[in-house]
Write a protein that binds this ligand. Structure first.
Ligand code: ZN
Length: 465
């Protein structure tokens, strides 16, 4: 077997044949040529046989390593003239537009990024973390399910901070599918407005600029280039803006939107989906109770320290997790610490009991009547608690009582929301090193979104030869 034939079979790059193979000291260079005659615009898929020229130098892509060898694919690419995008270097079938890596390599990076940490990926694949970020942005854009905004009924809007609390992502979850279906940089009303804008766009409308419908692409086989009627495209864009909101308003099908108690998202929902019931995620109510408990604990600890009792203060600081974790999840040592806190009594123990009472409202198996009784009993307990953070918590809960009860009535499940939230927070922590919000968002969507990632050998499993 000739070495070029051997490499053709080894590499399994679609749409090319291997012209030459060179072994250099630190890498294997495989030169390939495209099988097809037609040139494809990387932006829009426009096809033509008319070549503008050929680029003077090789384009280079990194492919999966071959044993210990770094493997590069080299190809002389032609340029075409796209009626929409002008002069462009032709698209190749084995790599995404604008990438210096093959699809197989990017698939491996994306799969690893959703499962393992930064240093493992960097060392194993010999790429830096921002390169990982750019790769997963591309993979996310192409592989995310295009229908993910269809059939949304109960959704949750929430923000998550990344990189030192100043940067936020707003994420939209589908409660039925337990997936994150949408996200953007920023938070509050403006971010939610952006979601609704996209939700109400006619399917495919957003894609028009970069990906025209197939009708204007050339039919198969060699032929003259087919011009795109730009005028018609503009007209259809205008028309869809006129008819879009009435005909395609997917927001009008939303039944419930759950959120936290800060209010920014609620304003947007009332404007864009007035029929939807605004619910307060039980998850956020419990989180606020935990914050109140932590405030009481901290001020008590500061008091001890100011009294000069360094040891007690230290013991108390270590008790933080005993207080904040769910009792059923405590380790033996933490449980013992909790017993000691109980014996000591005082403000911290009262705060702990109040926090548990808040959590108790959302326990599984309670119906709406039970919860209504419990919440009203809790509200009077909180207002009489004489612990400032809990009195404040009581006021917040009272203000959002209807939204909390709506969540119970509509079955917005605390366990599920919390599980998804914890997963998202874990991912954003791993994504701290990224410099762009888009990369963080891509990692969240790849991990918690409507997407299935495959490893290269799984993608090629059906191929033979
Ligand atoms: Zn184009």
């Amino acid at each position: 077997m000739r070495v070029t034939t051997a490499f053709s079979r080894l590499l399994r790059l679609s749409g090319v044949w291997v012209r030459d193979v060179q072994f250099e000291p630190d890498r294997v260079v495989v030169e390939v040529a495209l099988c097809r005659r037609r040139l494809i615009c990387p932006e829009c898929g426009y096809a033509t046989v008319a070549r503008k020229d050929t680029r003077p130098q090789h384009s280079v892509w990194r492919h999966l390593d071959l044993g210990v060898w770094r493997l590069e694919v080299h190809c002389r690419r032609r340029r075409l003239w796209c009626p929409v995008h002008g002069a462009r270097t032709e698209q190749v079938p084995f790599a995404r537009a604008g990438s210096q890596f093959t699809r197989d390599f990017e698939g491996l990076v994306a799969w690893l990024a959703t499962r393992t940490d930064k240093s493992t990926i960097r060392r194993m694949l010999r790429i830096d973390w921002d390169t990982v970020g750019r790769i997963i942005e591309r993979v996310c854009e192409q592989e995310l399910d295009g229908d993910r905004l269809e059939d949304l009924y109960d959704i949750g809007v929430d923000e998550v901070s990344w990189k030192r609390q100043h940067n936020y992502l707003t994420l939209v979850a589908c409660h039925q599918r337990r997936q994150i279906v949408w996200g953007c940089e920023g938070k509050g009303q403006a971010a939610a407005d952006r979601f609704f804008e996209e939700l109400n766009q006619r399917p495919g409308e957003r894609a028009l600029g970069c990906c025209p419908p197939p009708a204007i692409m050339t039919p198969c086989g060699p032929g003259a280039s087919v011009p795109i009627d730009a005028g018609a495209q503009d007209a259809s864009l205008l028309e869809s803006k006129d008819t879009g909101p009435q005909v395609f308003a997917r927001a009008s099908r939303l039944r419930a939107v759950s959120m936290d108690m800060t209010g920014g998202y609620a304003k947007s929902v009332r404007t864009n989906a007035p029929q939807a019931t605004i619910c307060i995620d039980p998850y956020h109510v419990v989180a606020l109770a935990n914050q109140a408990l932590d405030e009481v604990r901290r001020s008590y600890w500061n008091e001890l320290r100011s009294l000069g009792d360094q040891n007690a203060a230290k013991r108390f600081k270590d008790a933080r997790w005993s207080l904040l974790k769910k009792p059923e999840k405590l380790t033996d040592t933490q449980a013992a610490t909790l017993s000691r806190l109980k014996a000591a009594g005082g403000e911290v123990w009262r705060a702990y009991e109040l926090k548990e009472a808040v959590r108790g409202i959302f326990q599984a198996g309670l119906d709406l009547d039970d919860v209504t009784v419990l919440i009203d009993r809790l509200l009077s307990r909180l207002s009489r608690s004489r612990l400032t953070p809990f009195v404040k918590l009581g006021k917040t809960i009272r203000k959002h009582r209807d939204g909390i009860l709506a969540a119970i009535r509509l079955g917005i499940n605390q366990g599920r929301t919390e599980a998804l939230n914890n997963k998202v927070r874990l991912i954003t922590r791993r994504a701290y090193g990224f410099h762009s919000a888009k990369a963080v968002l891509a990692l969240v969507l790849l991990t918690c979104g409507p997407i299935t990632l495959h490893l290269p050998h799984e993608l090629h499993a059906h191929e033979t030869g």
